[in-house]
Design a protein around this ligand. Structure first.
Ligand code: HEM
Length: 336
């Protein structure tokens, strides 16, 4: 891992682990499949026939959130090795449901965001040895690592940053390339190279009593404010889109039961935009301060688990499709 941003004689304030991958292994793919509707039924029906059979994802999670237009979104989060994903998507039983023009007339919105995560363009961080998200697909976690806990640590954990600045020109008004069809109801957007995606998770399911109360009353509300700021201020923050998602139980039933976990899923013009917000914006500073008070109060007994995964998007291998969605969905608004 590069250490270009690490202060001299750095000692991390707390232990952390990251996922370890075989150097020559296939890139990973994460695909978000979602429905905008009062109920997930129509998406569940597709998932039941498509996700659990041939070339299934190595990991499936589920989540739900209400967006800024007050619309409910239900999503499946699926991780594959790229070759497995390509074989799965090439199967007409899995993909034709999405391309069917009828989807534009179902009376609901659908979106799918597919991201290739080349190993030199992504990183993970887990505050414990229990892996979350894509880390749960890795054979092992490695750590405690030294490359974290300082501004720019996230960038240091991305191998490509050693000889690439990972920057994007930050003109939010420049439209992203898109292909529009089905009378404007279907839009496929190609996100620009170096767009940055973060999935940043919080698991308080092991916190009990006073610890749970502290998290829910002192940390969760400021986290919510931070997520709202990113969601509602794309021009100031460089964050195109932010979803604050409740993780649901990921069994293969049609139930969407609650868990004690959330995650922020955000896209920014580049990794520097997220870094800047984390380092200097009052909302992330407040999140950090309240979290540090929690660490101070509960010390080694702290049971809160934090984790994230960050990808700096490659030029190719990402596909974002929006079908009959409202304009403020994902990257849709930046393409038309
Ligand atoms: C309870 C919630 C959260 C807490 C307690 C928290 C706390 C922290 C901590 C301790 C770090 C330093 C990590 C390290 O390198 O060891 C960090 C970094 C960071 N956080 Fe958060 N965070 C939370 C939620 C979020 C969310 C939801 C996002 C974005 C969607 C976010 C964005 C970032 C970014 C981009 C960094 C990397 C900064 C860098 O390495 O330059 N955080 N956060």
């Amino acid at each position: 891992m590069p250490r270009n941003n690490m202060p001299p004689n750095w000692q991390p304030p707390a232990p952390a682990w990251c996922a370890q991958w075989d150097k020559n292994s296939d890139p990973l793919v994460v695909a978000y499949f979602a429905i905008q509707a009062d109920s997930p039924d129509k998406l569940d029906a597709w998932a039941e026939t498509a996700l659990y059979r041939q070339n299934p994802p190595a990991r499936i999670e589920k989540g739900a959130y209400t967006d800024q237009a007050d619309v409910k979104n239900y999503l499946y989060i699926c991780y594959w090795q790229q070759s497995e994903y390509l074989a799965w998507w090439a199967n007409p039983k899995h993909c034709t449901w999405w391309s069917d023009p009828q989807r534009c007339n179902d009376g609901v919105g659908y979106w799918r965001e597919v991201i290739t995560m080349p190993l030199d363009r992504f990183e993970t961080l887990n505050s414990s040895t229990e892996p979350h998200g894509v880390s749960a697909v890795a054979k092992t976690l490695t750590g405690p690592i030294e490359e974290h806990g300082y501004p720019g640590g996230m960038r240091d954990r991305i191998a490509l940053s050693d000889h690439h600045d990972l920057k994007n020109s930050r003109d939010m008004n420049r439209k992203m390339p898109a292909v529009v069809s089905d009378k404007g109801k279907r839009v496929v957007v190609t996100p620009p190279e170096n767009t940055c995606v973060i999935r940043s998770g919080q698991n308080w399911s092991y916190c009990e009593g006073e610890q749970k109360k502290f998290y829910l009353e002192e940390v969760h509300p400021v986290l919510k404010k931070g997520m709202q700021f990113l969601r509602d201020n794309p021009v100031d923050s460089g964050c195109y889109c932010l979803r604050f998602v409740d993780l649901k139980e990921s069994d293969n039933t049609n139930k969407w039961n609650n868990t004690s976990q959330t995650f922020g899923l955000g896209y920014a013009s580049d990794i520097h935009a997220f870094e800047e917000w984390a380092k200097s914006h009052p909302t992330h500073i407040a999140i950090l301060e309240n979290f540090m008070r929690m660490v101070g109060t509960f010390g080694e007994n702290l049971k809160l688990k934090l984790w994230h995964e960050v990808t700096v998007l490659p030029k190719e291998g990402c596909e974002f499709e929006y079908i009959a969605c409202h304009n403020n969905t994902g990257l849709l608004n930046y393409s038309q």
